[in-house]
Design a protein around this ligand. Structure first.
Ligand code: HDE
Length: 701
């Protein structure tokens, strides 16, 4: 062997090296630079020493051993080796964005919280949405609860409302949280299943914990497969306290209501989306914000006093219960707008540390035993996850108001106050911050007494009434989805006894639901579980349904337009204008991603090749093709699936006259009112109006 048989680029050869010539500078939107420009900063080590060669490690001779003294190599690899931090023990997969909360109604009579004193006050916000059970790399569309965690950077410190998109929880006491999560996540021996509750351990646990049944109804409903973070509600879940300047307290429950209405996908769509785009939700949020369609929620509060709480059939300290809006209206007091994506996913979304203990003067906890347990858990988990007690020094977690305290040192301390006084009281001049008895945080002076015992309150004993209320408040379509979800999940349970134990709870909720699930499983109806407290019929609540609270317009939604060469240009134009006028988004799907040539000779680029753009990704679809195009698509499996799925998922489908051949080939031979023909440009506008209803449910119900 000779000394130099292999080509190794050197600093000199870099100029002709294809890879280095296509540098993408950091911090841009991703535009490509052909060559580094004059103001491109020089590459340095973490210590700032300029680097001459980032391609080759230092060796003794071209083919010789790598030298230990190569500090640039060692530093680069060492840092890479340490890039990962522990993922969150729950809610590992999440996506965040910046925005603000604007107060639309001042409520000084209810709370002394600084932000609520004046209408129009704005505070910066950071929101992280998440799934619960899956690991960081799991798919967005898993059937799961979604986290809805909001950090508000107020003038009186950070206030974290760490909520979910479901207003109740599985368990009543934080003591059971590790059990719940162990049971829900992958089994410890085999390490699967990932990101789903469709397995024995989860159903074994909840079937032994009837208090979970209300939340089970919610997680088996379409709430657990939202179409987008932008179209889901958020809930603080627990009952909190507002405290006003006079020290008077009231109970409060927090709600986030999406301005664009509620929307979910179907389970069959979710299954497809998980393969076609596992990042569906994060991509949706990123794209919407970057395109200027800023997602918005109303902040609402249910405020009530002790007398009202005492009048309820259940306990407001029980997080497995909600208060229907019909019983206690939601008062809108603000709006949350997300208008900025993160600059760096790790620095912001991964390092953000929500803690339920982060509240501000004017807000207080209640004795909800779940909330009290959370107040310990979040602080503790951030310390582990972020490596020490100074995680509040990380910019995303630091308050944006002035802060002064005597905490010091520890790993990675970033704030090092000057001066001698690091204790209180002290008598040094300028001796440091002092407590502020007037403006400072005061707990509500609530009388407390009782025996020290481990006991569940009697008022927590009714586990079925609200589960029944939820199920019966759904539309027929939604009820069918709940039954199918239960059948799907329980069909993945291997032990029949566990399946039967789950089903034994259902007659206490609804006999018809129980029968449907038993039939779906091929199970003889088991004896109903004996309730700790007999369920009662509560008034139904429309607000619990998604379909009764959907949008009436297509704003914020996405139309998938399947086209071929020769498609009618005027029709395509009209449709694009109608989508844009409706505030929607259009994605072009074509046989090739290079796009198509329309009937007037213009080129239309595509965003998706048909195989990568199934109709499940869209809220409605249109198929505008030439006769030859329809014939060609009729022989493509992906195109036929696009058409057949759009139909099966009850989507609105706009068809050019020629497109019929594709649908016939896909086995969709009839045409219904959800499939209007787009014969002329005038039809496009009418079609978009129709799409506002989101689905043509008559087709499947
Ligand atoms: Fe959490 N939860 N949780 N949780 N939770 C965490 O904190 C915990 C509960 C929620 O985007 C952990 O930072 C206990 C209810 C969200 O970063 C951990 C109990 C609700 C997020 C933790 C609950 C939530 C978390 C894991 C039972 C809705 C994600 C990582 C008492 C109101 C926040 C972390 C983010 C995260 C503990 C129950 C919502 C371990 C002990 C109820 C949205 O601290």
């Amino acid at each position: 062997m000779t000394d130099t048989p292999l080509f190794r680029p050197t600093a000199d050869t870099q100029k002709s090296n294809e890879i280095t010539d296509h540098l993408v500078t950091r911090g841009t939107g991703g535009e490509l630079h052909q060559t580094p420009s004059g103001d491109t900063p020089r590459l340095t080590t973490a210590q700032g020493a300029p680097v001459a060669d980032d391609q080759n490690s230092l060796t003794a001779g071209p083919r010789g051993p790598t030298l230990m003294e190569d500090f640039h190599f060692r530093e680069k690899i060492f840092h890479f080796d340490h890039e990962r931090i522990p993922e969150r023990v729950v809610h590992a997969r999440g996506y965040g964005a910046h925005g603000f909360l604007e107060v639309t109604e001042a409520i000084p009579e209810l709370t002394s919280a600084s932000l609520f004193q004046k209408k129009g006050t704005r505070v910066p916000a950071f929101v992280r949405f998440s799934t619960v059970a899956g690991n960081k790399g799991s798919a967005d569309l898993a059937r799961d609860v979604r986290g809805f965690a909001v950090k508000l950077y107020t003038q009186d410190g950070n206030w974290d409302i760490v909520g979910n998109n479901i207003p109740v929880f599985f368990i009543q006491d934080a003591m059971k949280f590790p059990d719940l999560i162990h049971a829900a996540k992958a089994a410890p021996d085999r390490g699967f299943p990932q990101a789903q509750t469709a397995h024995d351990n989860f159903w074994d646990f909840v079937s032994l914990m009837p208090e979970a049944m209300h939340m089970v109804m919610w997680t088996m409903s379409d709430r657990a497969i939202p179409r987008s973070f932008r179209f889901m509600e958020g809930f603080g879940v627990h009952t909190f306290r507002f405290v006003n300047a006079k020290g008077e307290g009231s109970f409060v429950k927090f709600h986030w209501k999406p301005k664009l209405g509620l929307q979910s996908v179907t389970w069959d769509e979710a299954v497809t989306i998980m393969g076609a785009d596992p990042d569906f939700h994060r991509r949706d949020l990123w794209t919407a914000i970057r395109s200027g369609a800023f997602p918005e929620w109303e902040l609402g509060v249910q405020v009530f006093d002790d007398a009202f709480a005492d009048s309820l059939e259940y306990d407001v300290l029980d997080a497995t219960k909600l208060i229907p809006e019909e019983q206690c209206p939601v008062r809108i007091i603000g709006r949350l707008v997300l208008d900025r994506v993160v600059d760096n996913f790790f620095a912001e979304t991964e390092q953000v540390a929500f803690c339920t203990q982060n509240i501000v003067p004017g807000v207080d906890f209640t004795n909800d035993p779940l909330l009290q347990g959370r107040n310990f858990s979040y602080l503790d988990t951030q310390t582990k996850r972020l490596g020490g007690p100074n995680f509040t020094h990380i910019p995303i977690n630091a308050p944006k108001c002035p802060f002064h305290h005597f905490q010091q040192d520890g790993h990675m301390a970033m704030h090092g106050p000057a001066g001698r006084a690091n204790y209180e009281p002290n008598s040094w001049a300028q001796g440091g911050p002092r407590a502020a008895p007037k403006q400072g945080f005061h707990s509500l002076a609530e009388p407390m007494e009782g025996e020290k015992r481990r006991i569940r309150p009697e008022a927590f004993a009714d586990h079925y009434s609200q589960a029944r209320q939820f199920y019966r408040s759904q539309t027929a379509v939604e009820q069918a989805h709940i039954a199918s979800a239960l059948v799907f999940e329980l069909s993945k349970v291997e032990v029949e006894e566990i399946r039967a134990r789950v089903v034994s709870h259902l007659p206490n909720i609804d006999a018809d639901l129980a029968q449907r699930v038993a039939d779906g499983l091929g199970l003889d109806m088991p004896k109903a579980a004996k309730p700790a407290k007999a369920p009662v019929d509560l008034p139904l609540s429309d607000k619990l349904s998604i379909l009764r609270n959907g949008p009436e317009r297509f704003e914020g939604r996405k139309l998938g337009l399947l086209v071929t060469d020769g498609a009618d240009a005027a029709l395509v134009d009209a449709l694009a204008s109608a989508v844009s006028a409706a505030g929607g988004m259009l994605e072009v799907v074509a046989p090739r991603v290079g796009g198509v040539t329309l009937s007037d000779g213009t080129a239309l680029p595509a965003q998706q090749k048909i195989d990568g753009g199934p109709s499940a990704l869209y809220d409605a679809v249109a198929v505008i093709v030439s006769a030859e195009g329809a014939e060609m698509l009729a022989s493509l499996h992906a195109a036929k699936t696009f058409a057949a799925d759009a139909f099966a998922h009850a989507k609105f489908i706009g068809l050019s006259e020629e497109a019929g051949a594709l649908f016939d080939a896909a086995g969709v031979t009839g045409r219904d009112a959800g499939m209007p023909t787009l014969a002329s440009p005038a039809d496009a506008k009418a079609f978009l109006k129709t799409c506002g209803a989101l689905r043509f449910w008559d087709r499947v119900s």
